[in-house]
Design a protein around this ligand. Sequence first.
Ligand SMILES: Cc1cc2nc3c(=O)[nH]c(=O)nc-3n(C[C@H](O)[C@H](O)[C@H](O)COP(=O)(O)OP(=O)(O)OC[C@H]3O[C@@H](n4cnc5c(N)ncnc54)[C@H](O)[C@@H]3O)c2cc1C
Length: 361
Amino acid sequence: MLLARQGLSVLLVDRDRHGADTLSTLALMRAGVLQLHRWGLLDRVRGAGTPAIKSTSFIYGDETITLPIKPRDGVDALYAPRRTLLDALLADEASDSGADVVYGPRLIDLERASDGRVVGAVIEERGGARRHVRADIVIGADGLRSTVAQLVEAAIYREGRHACGVVYTFWPGLEDDRSRWYYRSGVSAGAIPTNNGDALVFAAVPQVRFHGEIQSDMEAGYRKVLTECAPELAGEVAEKMPSERFRGFPGQPGLMRRSHGPGWALVGDAGYFKDPITAHGISDALRDAELLARAVGRGSDRALADYESTRDVLSRELFDITDTIAGFGWDLDRLKPLHLNLSKTMNQEVEALLGLDAQPK
Ligand SMILES: Cc1cc2nc3c(=O)[nH]c(=O)nc-3n(C[C@H](O)[C@H](O)[C@H](O)COP(=O)(O)OP(=O)(O)OC[C@H]3O[C@@H](n4cnc5c(N)ncnc54)[C@H](O)[C@@H]3O)c2cc1C
């Protein structure tokens, strides 16, 4: 979308279908909402009935701290749009901005010049036919298991030590429709209001416990962890039928990959993944999409290197805090300052994004 808005010729290929869902607990942080606002898309997220989250409660054991979301810089509230809505909206806007958006085929290989520079991609249609596409730059926005990252052998230079397992589903009409995040020793849970009157309710545990207790029977494991971490939330859903099936993520330690090279770049989870416990992957992907689009607009390998270093400067602290929280080695007194530091780094990120408006595109 951002590249097409710059007037570049863009082919966007996604192997899935338009409006497909993905594993995610959906919460956008302020930086993510700010990006949607800056790009002129927030009204459409609101217009689709996505509930405005005006405050968030952090529930540490038996203590509740409720923080209002201060309206500022065009962000009136936080939002947690369904990915079926958000991803489709971004792709449609890319198409309306002039990008050629194609669903179904997948990228299977890269074309290279004799000096190794990436000069295009090989796209395979569902039926097996192959198309060779020339391009000045190939961007892997293809997620954690990025094919582009594998093909360019992008080195991993930062790795997390911890991973948590997450199981979630959607519940209609909860009595308490606020955004709530619960923490007790070794467990976390939350309720996040989303579209269609549903709340996404998740339970998170250390990866080893996910494998041992949850994977084989996700509903039973989910209810057990909810009861342990957030008894009132467990009570709210005890007699209800979920709107959708239970979905589980067994965990994956965070990583940062080299995200640029001659003729290629990585963005989103493809280049930088962190544990979902701090719910920041979408916001970061939206941030980095803009940093990368600006670098591509500048048109030099140096600009791509700057993209990666800016991303890393903005991400390192959040990455480390996320990894620590995902390790579940904290008690509640240690967790609160981690959350305060997280909030500080998120504010810095927002300031950095606002600062982009003062720079040439
Ligand atoms: C359990 C869980 C909970 C999460 N909760 C949150 C949260 O609350 N808040 C938050 O901000 N983040 C959350 N995240 C993280 C967030 O979902 C990701 O950071 C985000 O989806 C990254 O977006 P992306 O576009 O980089 O990758 P993806 O969303 O993975 O998209 C990659 C796209 O590439 C396509 N693709 C892949 N390979 C190919 C190929 N070879 N050819 C063509 N197309 C291809 C796929 O079809 C897909 O559409 C969570 C993640 C998990 C696992």
